[in-house]
Ligand binder design. Structure first.
Ligand code: FES
Ligand code: FE2
Length: 376
């Protein structure tokens, strides 16, 4: 799991003026919409006794802990301790980590790391969102698998004829012609030739009886987004899967699907149903993969030319691991053992206030890797 990236942690349309818990990188956060429409995000761990702020209430634009009512501003500072008699000051240490938020593409993105603004990797560009010829559907599901296994599944073109035989692949033509990977610092894409069967049902009405090859664009965008662009004879279907690590072995997949055909609201259900059917076929395979976690060693699994996108991902991931961006080992919060320490993801405020960060009650995850190194 990689820190220092923007993560889409929730769909915008479900975030209201009340505390809401979201989980990412094995860590809980509380988010809420302020009265001016902007969204706030704090670690869901009250600094007093570790109460979950997401179970609390909002007082104006502050979140109040459900346990003893401490009130936190959206920058993480505690501004009220109800048990204190009037006039007693609030300790400087009474604050929790706050994370920068951007709303884009119908999603709430949180910056889960401590790098300053100019050092942060970008939010992936999703051109279809602002193109009026496209219509979006939103869907989510939890997969009992590691998020990187789920990601690699989407960019893996060779599985389509086998896993999606009838819906989307063609078992009679399973070859994947060699393809070229276009790679940037934070993403990679490839145009891949597939031999799909003709679509059925509503979409089949628009299709010729037999389809020749179609070009599918598969791609990954760090840290956890995968894109699938399918060119159908009657239009484009572009899907972005956000693979949000709830824990090492469990992933919340938030999916946004754009289409520029049947763009009426009436066809939304049908579009979601198709996406869901394809996804359920993948689920069975992805949840069965062993080892559950993606190996670190490239040689631990056998790769072919047709796995080029996944290899590019694993190589780039290794570079970021070497830079200290990986949360792993001791950083992983284990739910099934007795624990006396709770940890958080380091926020920008820690870097801005090193004195405070050292004194802070909750320790950060990922410290073993020198979190500041890659910023220099
Ligand atoms: S645990 Fe949050 S106020 Fe006491
Ligand atoms: Fe698939």
């Amino acid at each position: 799991m990689l820190k220092n990236f923007w993560y889409a942690i929730e769909f915008s349309h479900v975030v209201e003026h009340r505390p809401r818990k979201v989980t990412c990188l094995g860590q809980d956060f509380v988010i809420w919409r302020r009265r001016d429409g902007s969204v706030a995000c704090l670690s869901d761990l009250c600094v007093h006794r570790g109460g979950a702020l997401s179970l609390g209430t909002l007082v104006e634009d502050r979140v109040a802990c459900p346990y003893h009512g401490w009130e936190y501003e959206s920058d993480g500072t505690c501004v009220k301790i109800p048990a204190n008699p009037p006039g007693r000051g609030i300790p400087k240490k009474a604050r929790v980590d706050a994370y920068p938020i951007v709303e884009k593409y119908g999603l709430v993105w949180a910056y889960l790391g401590d790098l300053p603004e100019d050092k942060r990797p970008p939010i992936p560009h999703m051109a279809e969102h602002d193109d009026p010829s496209f219509r979006a559907v939103y869907w989510q599901t939890v997969v009992e698998a590691n998020y990187e296994r789920a990601m690699e599944n989407v960019v893996d073109a060779a599985h389509t004829p086998f896993v999606h035989g009838t819906a989307f692949g063609n078992p009679d033509k399973p070859e994947i012609p060699d393809y070229e990977v276009t790679q940037g610092e934070w993403h990679a894409e490839a145009d891949i030739l597939l031999n799909p069967p003709a679509p059925k049902g509503l979409w089949g009405m628009l299709s010729p009886k037999r389809l020749d090859t179609v070009v599918v664009t598969n791609g990954w965008y760090l840290p956890n987004v995968v894109k699938l662009h399918i060119r159908l004879p009657f239009g484009d279907l572009i899907m972005y899967d956000h693979n949000i690590p709830i824990s090492q072995g469990r992933t919340m997949v938030k999916l946004v699907g754009y289409r520029n055909f049947f763009t009426g609201k009436w066809a939304d259900r049908n579009a979601v149903k198709r996406i869901q059917r394809i996804f359920e076929q993948d689920r069975v395979v992805v949840e069965s993969q062993r080892p559950e976690l993606l190996p670190f060693d490239l040689a631990a699994e056998l790769h072919l030319r047709s796995d080029a996108l996944q290899i590019a991902y694993r190589r780039r991931r290794q570079e970021l691991i070497d830079d200290g961006w990986w949360l792993g080992g001791d950083d992983i919060v284990m739910g099934d053992v007795p624990r006396r320490e709770a940890t958080v993801i380091p926020s920008p405020a820690r870097r801005d206030n090193p004195e405070l960060a050292r004194a802070w009650v909750h320790k950060t995850r990922g410290d073993s890797h020198e979190p500041a190194r890659s910023a220099e």
